[in-house]
Design a protein around this ligand. Structure first.
Ligand code: UD1
Ligand code: UDP
Length: 360
C-alpha cells in the first residue's frame, strides 16, 4: 500500500474529474498532496472549482501559465520533478489528456520508486493531429497503473501491448462527480434565471484548438449551430472558454444573433444548464460524457471522438461543423428516445482506483 499519493493536475476538467478521488482520500484518511501546474489560472477555470468542490488549496502551484506546447510542457516537467524529489510520493496520479498530464507522467515515471497512475486511460480518437491524442498515448505508455473507464478502453490498451495486470476498469470518475453534485446543483443554482432562460434552449461549448484556432472553421461552426438552433427555435447559450474568446476577438467574428456568449460557468451552474438544455452542441470530452450521463441529447462538433461509448448507446452524434451535418445530427438526436444506458460506470470509480492502488 502506498504511504503517500500526489495528484498532478492543471486544468478545469482535471480538477473536476480528480475531485471524487481526492474526496475519497479525505474520507479514508489517505495522505496526499496536490501539485497544480497552473496551466489554467483564471479564477473561472481554476479556483472556482476548488471552492465549489470543497478541495484543499493545492500544496504547490507551479504557475506555469500559457505558452507553446514545448515551452509549457518542458517547464512543467522541470518543476514537477523538483517537487517530486522533495515530496517523494509512492504514486503520482494524473487524469486525462492535457499537457499537465503529459508533464506529470513523464516527470514521475523516470524517478526511482515513484509509480504513475493514469486515470481515464485507453481513450483514443486515432487523430494524431490533436495534441490531446499524443498526450493520452504517451501518458498511458509511461504509466504503471492504467485506470480504464470502460471495456473499450481496456481493449485498446491491451491491443497496444500494455499488460493486463496493470489495467483496472473503474468507470469514469465523471459519473462520481455528477452523482455527487447534480442534486446540489439543482438546489443551489440560479443560473436559469440569471441567464433569462425561461423556455427551451440549447447549450454550446467549443474550445478545441482545431475548431477555434482557424477563422473559417470557427465561423462555420458558429453559423452551423445557429442555423440548426434557429430551425428548432432554440436560443443558444455559449459559456465561452478564454481560448475561444481570444480567437473571436482576434478574428473579428460576428457571432450570430441566436447565440448568447456568456462567461464560463461554475460546475453546479453548468450541470444545471446541461441537464435542462433541449440539446447540447460541444467539442468537449467531458461534456460528451456528462450529457450522456444526464440523458441530454448531444451533437459533437468534431470529426471523431475518443468517447465512442456515447455514440454506441445513442446519446451522441459526431457531426463536424458543416451546416447540413449539424442539422441532420440535431434532427436525429431530437427524434431519439432519451432512455439510453450510461456506459461510464456506477459512480464508484474513485473507490476502485484507490482499491487498485492497494488501499483496500
Ligand atoms: C487545455 C487542454 C485541452 C482541454 C482544455 C480544458 C492541452 C494541450 N489542452 O486547452 O485538452 O480540453 O485545456 O479546458 O493541454 N487561458 C486563459 N486562462 C487560463 C488558461 C488559458 O485565459 O486560465 C487562455 C490563454 O489565452 C491561453 C489559451 O487560453 O493561451 C489556451 O490555454 P491552454 O492551457 O494552452 O489550452 P486550453 O485551450 O485551455
Ligand atoms: N464546465 C464547467 N463550466 C463551463 C464549461 C464546462 O464547469 O462553462 C465543465 C464541464 O462540466 C466538464 C468540464 O468542464 O466537467 C469539461 O471541461 P472542458 O470542456 O474545458 O475540457 P475537456 O473535457 O474537453 O478536456
Amino acid at each position: 500500500m502506498p504511504s503517500m499519493l500526489s495528484f498532478v493536475l492543471g486544468t478545469r476538467p482535471e480538477i473536476i474529474k480528480l475531485s471524487p478521488v481526492i474526496r475519497a482520500c479525505e474520507r479514508r484518511d489517505i495522505p496526499y498532496t496536490i501539485i497544480h501546474t497552473g496551466q489554467h489560472y483564471s479564477e473561472e477555470l481554476d479556483s472556482v472549482f476548488f471552492e465549489q468542490l470543497d478541495l484543499q488549496t493545492p500544496d504547490y502551484n507551479l504557475a506555469i501559465g500559457s505558452s507553446t506546447h514545448g515551452e509549457q510542457t518542458g517547464e512543467m516537467i522541470t518543476q514537477i520533478e523538483s517537487v517530486l524529489d522533495s515530496e517523494r510520493p509512492d504514486v503520482v496520479l494524473v487524469q486525462g489528456d492535457t499537457n499537465s498530464v503529459l508533464a506529470g507522467s513523464i516527470a514521475a515515471t523516470k524517478m526511482d520508486e515513484i509509480a504513475v497512475g493514469h486515470v481515464e486511460s485507453g481513450l483514443r480518437s486515432f487523430d494524431r493531429e490533436m495534441p490531446e491524442e499524443i498526450n493520452r498515448r504517451l501518458a498511458d505508455h509511461a504509466a504503471d497503473y492504467l485506470f480504464a473507464p470502460t471495456e473499450i478502453s481496456r481493449d485498446q490498451l491491451l491491443s497496444e501491448g500494455l499488460p493486463d495486470e496493470w489495467i483496472t476498469v473503474t468507470g469514469n470518475t465523471i459519473v462520481d462527480a455528477v452523482q455527487q453534485n447534480a442534486e446540489i446543483a439543482h438546489e443551489r443554482s440560479h443560473v436559469l434565471s440569471d441567464l433569462d432562460l425561461d423556455g427551451p434552449f440549447a447549450l454550446l461549448t467549443a474550445h478545441r484548438a482545431e475548431n477555434v484556432d482557424a477563422r473559417d472553421r470557427f465561423k462555420r461552426l458558429l453559423d452551423s449551430v445557429a442555423n440548426a438552433a434557429d430551425e428548432q427555435e432554440l436560443p443558444v447559450v455559449y459559456p465561452i472558454h478564454p481560448r475561444a474568446k481570444k480567437r473571436l476577438s482576434e478574428f473579428d467574428i460576428d457571432v450570430p444573433d441566436s447565440i448568447d456568449v456568456v462567461n464560463p460557468q461554475d460546475f453546479l451552474d453548468f450541470l444545471v444548464l446541461e441537464d435542462e438544455a433541449t440539446i447540447v452542441f460541444t467539442d468537449s470530452g467531458g461534456v460528451q460524457e456528462e450529457t450522456c450521463i444526464l440523458r441530454t441529447p448531444c451533437v459533437t462538433l468534431r470529426d471523431n471522438t475518443e468517447r465512442p461509448e456515447t455514440v454506441d448507446v445513442g446519446a451522441n452524434r459526431i457531426v463536424g461543423v458543416e451546416s447540413t451535418d449539424v442539422l441532420t445530427g440535431v434532427n436525429e438526436m431530437l427524434a431519439t428516445e432519451q432512455d439510453w444506458e450510461n456506459p461510464f460506470g456506477d459512480g464508484r470509480a474513485a473507490e476502485r482506483i484507490l482499491n487498485a492502488l492497494g488501499y483496500e
